[in-house]
Design a protein around this ligand. Sequence first.
Ligand SMILES: *[C@@H]1O[C@H](CO)[C@@H](O)[C@H](O)[C@H]1NC(C)=O
Length: 434
Amino acid sequence: MMGVRRESALMRKASQSVVKSRILMAVAIGISIGCLFAFLYPHGFLSFSAPVFRSRRSRRFQVLSSECESSESLNVLKSEYAAVYEKNKELKQQVKELTGKVRLAEQGKDHAQKQVEALGKQSKAGPFGTVKGLRTSPTVIPDEPVTRRLAEILENVAVQRELIVALANWNVRRSLEVWFTSIKRVGITNYLVVALDDKIAEFCTSNDVPVYKRDPDKGIDSIGRTGGNHAVSGLKFRILREFLQMGYSVLLSDVDIVYLQNPFDYLYRDSDVESMTDGHDNMTAYGFDDVFDEPAMGWARYAHTIRIWVYNSGFFYIRPTIPSIELLDRVASRLANEPRSWDQAVFNEELFFPSYPEYEGLHAARRTMDFYLFMNSKVLFKIVRKDARLSKLKPVIVHINYHPNKLERMKAVVEFYINGNQDALKAFPDGSEW
Ligand SMILES: *[C@@H]1O[C@H](CO)[C@@H](O)[C@H](O)[C@H]1NC(C)=O
């Protein structure tokens, strides 16, 4: 028994060493095969990600086409191609379905993100009657100043990061003089003239009026020196952007405006754009239901429409927000691409038209200014000057936007409201009488 045991122990030892060397051999082979595969398939042997699949297939295709062009391999290729073609069709359909889903998800994510950015937090609706949407977008973080010089001027001139801005060239110097005299009279200090030529810049300096003369090398500025009213209007939106980008709110002002009170005391500052209106009463200024009648439709003869007289793009307060800057960019680029367009029409279309198929509307909050306080010249000459009660109220500004003989009417407004001459407005016709 013992002998048998010893013998079998010896044999076990011998067979153990054989097994050991076999294992070692297998490990060595395994490692070498591993190395070989690592070399041949650097992106992984079992990887099914699309790009790897494609590169492997094309490599194989190259090898086949260059080395063996037998009809057999061609047939293989053909059937492979057919299979891939089918698979491709299937995938395309899947991609189409997925794209739709992804777009929906993206929109949801996008809206959620925008809301979070705008509100900082999400909230529940709360009880009936207590819900109020957000009108005031957050202001942008001031960007690097476009020009150091303008940044310095703004630091000195702006009050609470707000100021009146007007563009002027030498052609409008007479109106400009009435404009800044009225501004100084009511004690406004935060105003700035963007001079479009040297003469008007000197004129401002000699009258102690804050002025910013833009760098002459900028291409867009050549319009300002020679251009008519409408060309200057296009430039206006480009220049305004620089102010907003630096985090300033701007009360953009034409120069055919007389200031009778400080407008900064009458702003709500709750919207991206707060603008004076071309309207002349509650309906036209603030909006109304204009019913369109089509008797042929019988029972449904009345179609309701929404109407509002346009905002005046010559006097508006614009806060440094993303929707505001988007508005300026949209208007400026449309004015550049549609030379026959009128800046005020474009300004209003961008502000008011909703999104529709293929078009994404601007989402800016708007506020119409009180049309008696921020008065256009139609309201003054057609209504107010003839009304004993209304003519006693002092507007904040009067804009001679509806009449061509601007200087005379501006001076008359000064006479009437500042010097107390009750007859100063009487000589003028309601309209321009051409
Ligand atoms: C116009 O609206 C104001 C309130 O916004 C109101 O006090 C006034 O009576 C209205 N005028 C007319 C003529 O309806």
